[in-house]
Ligand binder design. Structure first.
Ligand code: FES
Length: 101
């Protein structure tokens, strides 16, 4: 049985922004794209840059370390397609944002 865990509140992630949250001990980058929430692993697959601290433009986050770009809706890297970042399923219940364990 899948389990969802609360990681943030809706008001914590303004439209067009992201932040780092924790799913247990795992850092997750959580983004608000036009009112939809998307979650990917926080560690950039290039050299572990913190994607939750990256700049979001539309659905694309730019890693703050070497500026590789990732589509947060798919996890695909737009800079070098060999890279991909793990996605996590997001659910909103009331004011709570939950991620699947
Ligand atoms: S660590 Fe993210 S682009 Fe290099």
């Amino acid at each position: 049985m899948s389990e969802f865990v609360k990681v943030a509140r809706v008001g914590d992630i303004p439209l067009g922004s992201g932040r780092t949250v924790y799913l247990g001990a795992t850092p997750i980058a959580l983004f608000n794209v036009d009112g939809q929430y998307y979650a990917i692993h926080n560690s950039c697959p290039h050299e572990d840059g913190p994607l939750g601290e990256g700049t979001l433009c539309g659905s694309v986050v730019t890693c703050p370390v070497h500026a590789y770009e990732f589509d947060v809706t798919s996890g695909e890297c737009l800079t070098e397609e060999v890279y991909r970042v793990e996605r996590f399923e997001v659910r909103v219940e009331g004011e709570d944002i939950l991620l699947r364990l």
